[in-house]
Design a protein around this ligand. Structure first.
Ligand code: MG
Ligand code: MG
Length: 250
């Protein structure tokens, strides 16, 4: 069952989303060649705690950090490490969740480390465009497949691979609620209603669709080792325009 959020739940979730956006603002400032993903995790944790929120990822199914940091061919769920140092030309996806007042905000963004190749720039542009094409469809009267299809169409336009094994999800009192949202058409006619909150999160690849899980049982990597990008917002459907939960509040 998909829960429609109450006004109070939305208010708290919006605050959680603001804190997530603060983390991303900080990540944008500090991501540069030479910094380790463990340092990024420490900084993210600090921002979350300063704002009296809880890092949603820490301990989630045993995950050992506050962010997922996934470099280049790593798609999602990268565990931060002191030994993993960003280099010029990398792209890194940072995924972060914060819980405030019992409500979760969840957002991922891909960042360029210094100067990156044109093909990586195109991958990031395509994936961000796919996210916003999906968000545009997050409206009452539409169905989940409208969001999935909009994402798929952008991926196809740019000839990018689509990661099939992962996708978006309802989000609220816990990070993963119903429904699951595919990043390609599956014919899901579930109607979108106002006050649904869904994390929309395309993961696109420069190469093929296929991925595998690393021996640490977390990191997900493209099978052909071509780069992957990930963009995600937590989004509220309303009778008017969709509202981004994971942006800075005025
Ligand atoms: Mg996320
Ligand atoms: Mg998510």
């Amino acid at each position: 069952m998909i829960n429609r959020k109450s006004r109070d739940e939305i208010k708290k979730q919006r605050h959680a989303g603001h804190i997530v956006a603060l983390v991303h603002k900080k990540m944008k400032e500090v991501i540069e060649p030479g910094i380790s993903t463990k340092e990024l995790d420490n900084i993210a944790m600090q921002v979350i705690k300063e704002n009296k929120a809880v890092p949603t990822f820490l301990g989630y199914n045993g995950f050992p950090a506050s962010i997922c940091a996934s470099i280049n061919e790593k798609v999602v769920h990268g565990i931060p490490s002191e030994d993993e140092i960003l280099r010029e030309g990398d792209i890194i996806a940072i995924d972060v969740g914060a819980t405030f007042g019992g409500m979760v905000g969840d957002s991922a963004w891909s960042y360029a480390v210094g100067k990156i190749s044109e093909e990586k720039q195109l991958l990031m542009k395509a994936t961000e465009e796919a996210l916003f094409a999906g968000i545009e469809k997050m409206r009452p009267g539409n169905v989940l497949d409208d969001i999935s299809g909009a994402i798929e169409d952008v991926a196809k336009k740019y000839k990018m691979g689509i990661v099939r094994h992962y996708g978006g999800h309802g989000v609220g009192h816990v990070m993963h609620e119903e429904p699951f949202l595919f990043n390609y058409r599956v014919g899901d006619k579930t109607k979108i209603k106002s006050n649904y909150v869904i994390a929309i999160e395309p993961m696109l690849n420069l190469g093929g669709d296929d991925v595998y899980t690393e021996p640490d049982n977390w990191g997900v990597v493209t099978k052909d080792h071509k780069p992957s990008a990930h963009f995600e917002h937590t989004v509220l459907a309303t009778e008017d325009e969709p509202i981004l939960i994971t942006t800075l509040m005025e």
